[in-house]
Design a protein around this ligand. Sequence first.
Ligand code: PLP
Length: 493
Amino acid sequence: MSFIETRGNDGVKPNEVEFSYAILNPMASFGGLYVPKELPNLGADFIADHIDKNYKELAFDILKAFKIDIDDSDINTALNLYDNFDDAQNPSPVVKIKDDLFVNEQYHGPTRAFKDMALQPFGSILSSVAKKMGENYLILAATSGDTGPAALNTFKNKDGIKVACLYPDGGTSDVQKLQMVTEDGSNLKVIGINGNFDDAQNALKRLLDSDTFKAELAKNNMKLSAANSVNFGRIIFQIVYHFQSYLELLRQNEITLGDEIYINVPSGNFGNVLGAYYARLMGLPVKKLLVSSNENNILTQWLTTGMYDIRGKKLILTKSPAMDILKSSNIERVIYDMFGAARTKELMESLNTNGYFEHTSEELAQLNDIFSATCSDDSFGLKTIKTFLDNGYLMDPHTATCIKAYDELRDDKNIKTVIYSTAEWTKFSSTVLNALNEDNIKHKDIDALESISKNYGATIPQSINDIFNAKINHDTVINKEDIEEEIVKFIQA
Ligand SMILES: *Cc1c(COP(=O)(O)O)cnc(C)c1O
């Protein structure tokens, strides 16, 4: 199946490409993205056929339905990475926490956040494609704390790939930082920045545009690619677990085939919920997609007012940092799907040059047929974590934002809701302890982990315990002006 461009074609780039091309070169004409030209239809028959299949079998069949130009053996090698999850048969288990409320726990992989669900197999596919083409790639990643560990983990020691990962020094949890700086592949470079996540991300964008940097890469026979969710190679794996949510509710006799469900996702770059949007278009019975945001409520503004306006907006640092965002890349794919390339180009150019765009009321109505959105602040999140743990369920601050949407956005109270738990509590233990103790102290992660596990009987996975004793392999912390020089040194080494 081929992939086409969200902003139309510029006459220079190819206007229709295969999957392998789209994942190696994720940026399309005019700064647009690649999207599938058509979607496979995987409705009731497909769902019924997969009741007795395990997760890897489900994922394999969905990937094949997209007719991607990847050999079966490479797909299987990638999917076998789910063996590194807590339960290889069911890497993202669906747990009931209330009569009509379920959690898809997406954090049972090696780095304990939802990024592993897609980055683990994606890393394998990308390196197999690069190898076949005989090309070397530099993957740049800027992280607020979850993408970095997941990207380093999946790409370490892969042939033909180097990874440079930028994180805001002091801006991540202790666990997130340790996951990065203790990673030991010889093809990895982890760089702390004196600054915040925006500084790291802006530095990355400058590099992508820098002629001296590109010349340096070419001299070293390297090309550049990206591992964030603008890459469709991640999105395709993020469709699978939404089918899994539905299948699990069927297996648990909570619904019968054909019943609709609500899917409720804590959102930042809109990649996770985009997977659900595609799953719904492909035939998954989803009544509505509930989009949860934190105080950086740009997505809520977009979906409730039809206006996407970042003028004068400053990023707020919250206790759900993976959702701290102003420019959410993947809304573009929804806009393209609903309103076409010409309109997408117009709206995105308005955002870039004027700092905002505005939908017509007809467009907004079309969006609202499928999406509802709301936002919550940290105090709501802290209270929610405590309330749910008092009832026996421990969740992280990102997951907690979903409860606001669950409380307020369901029009039909007879329909069951699946919320998505995007990180394990162990990555945000200081915040979780703040919630439980009702204090506002910056706890050391190691103390918070111990206190929560002792007082609430919560389990800490071995991989988290181990990083406190692991060797530090990366100690570079630099100013943002020096990033290019540092990465050039790394690719020359
Ligand atoms: C990345 C991330 C999100 C946001 O996911 P998007 O696909 O960017 O919307 C939410 N929560 C956690 C913990 C994350 O790591």
